[in-house]
Design a protein. Structure first.
Length: 74
């Protein structure tokens, strides 16, 4: 994720100190590699889905059809 040092601008007007995220304020940080960020998040989702799948197998092995781990279709 973006760090403050990467995408924050500090504006001082009289005694007011304002921080604006550059991405929304003035279009800075547009060169940030969002593709890499998304790829990293997709990999994390895949890892979590694998863990959940493994847990599901273990729970069905232990409890059989006495449990329902499937999402409701309603």
């Amino acid at each position: 994720l973006l760090g403050e040092q990467d995408c924050l601008v500090s504006l001082t007007e009289k005694d007011t100190f304002i921080k604006h995220i550059q991405e929304f304020h003035s279009g800075f940080c547009l060169s940030y590699n969002w593709t890499q960020e998304v790829k990293g998040l997709e990999e994390r989702v895949s890892e979590i889905q694998q863990v959940l799948g493994d847990l599901k197998v273990q729970l069905y092995a232990k409890f059989g059809n006495n449990i329902n781990l499937e999402a409701d279709e309603s």
